[in-house]
Design a protein around this ligand. Sequence first.
Ligand code: ZN
Length: 423
Amino acid sequence: MDAGRQVKAMSAQHHRRKTCRLCGGTELSLVLSLAPTPPANAFVPAAELGREQARFPLDVFFCETCAHVQLLDVVDPRVLFEHYVYVSGTSPVFVQHFEAYAAFVMERFSPKPGGLVLDIGSNDGTLLSFFAKAGMTVLGVDPAQEIAAAATARGIETITGFFGADMACEITASRGKAEIITANNVFAHIDDLAGVVDGVRGLLSPEGVFVFEVSYLVDVFEHTLFDTIYHEHLDYHSVKPLIRFFAARGMELVEAIRVGSHGGSLRGIAQLKGGPRPVGESVAQAVAEEERLGLDKAATFRRFAADIDALKAELGGLLRSLKAEGKRIAGFGAPAKATTLMYHFGIGPDLVDFIVDDSPLKQGLFTPGMHVPVLSSAAIAEKKPDYLVILAWNFAPAIIDKNKAFRDAGGKFIIPIPKVEVV
Ligand SMILES: [Zn+2]
């Protein structure tokens, strides 16, 4: 595809916002420009290898008005999820997390028995099932038709669609106000966040609470999780901009608690403005920590970008020199974030022969854009690479542990982040 046509095709599939998603500010500074990538989950079958995949800008902006860190390039969800390899969220760890989550909310806020709990982005209804067990009336909302239908079939009534002010009106009219509204890992995915919070304000009872979990910018920054930056994740939330955002929409952030899920998340709790709860110390503590790290300044993220580029140079140099020595290199793990890592670090088919992944859904497919084949881990014993670059580097200790035979045969692992290590 020639350059002109490619740009034209892209413009129909994505748009660039001109304002901050949280405060509407227009003074937005580019702080981190990652290599453009196709959608991070767009793994392709062999039959489609001839079709070039469109790449979209992956530029991170800092709002000089409220300090919110975000992508302004919004890829059409239809493009984003076209090749989506759905991995069910119902792993035992996930279920346990949601059980503890529901228990925390019930204990902390003692909602009216039988009151309504609404979960935005309710997926298969796992979280709501624990609220139902605790005697609450539950209702899910999820845009994925099949998942919503499956949840309803197992007794967790789920509306198919996008939550916003209109849906909030309909639910209020048919069922009354909600005591609890939850939203987990959806706050980073929605371009119209203001619309969602307007819906929450419309549906929440005067004593009600809104509880949400999102990946926390502090963790992204402290643990160099730059590869969690991809088009599905529009926002990288911190507490300071959220306080202002909720206040502008008639709500109040009353708690900001750090939790361990997804490599480090923030559990925020908000109520209607003037609600019954005082603002907890956790909010001021989180803001103080964010300021200590300099997350309210654009310069901090420019330094972060420089650190990432230093890693890129070091890893690229290592892989190229190994290749020049005739070593054979493969990758381990093909999570969505590997797409960002591979593109930004330039790890393509010229450096890695194949990638192994334990998910049968990805085996036999090819990585987004670069089209490196994804195989089962049996390929390690068959093809005997000399080095395995751990692309799912947050699981490095477990992966190294599990692949003793590879190590015993003289194989070495390369960990790319937070520093380049050969093990
Ligand atoms: Zn802003």
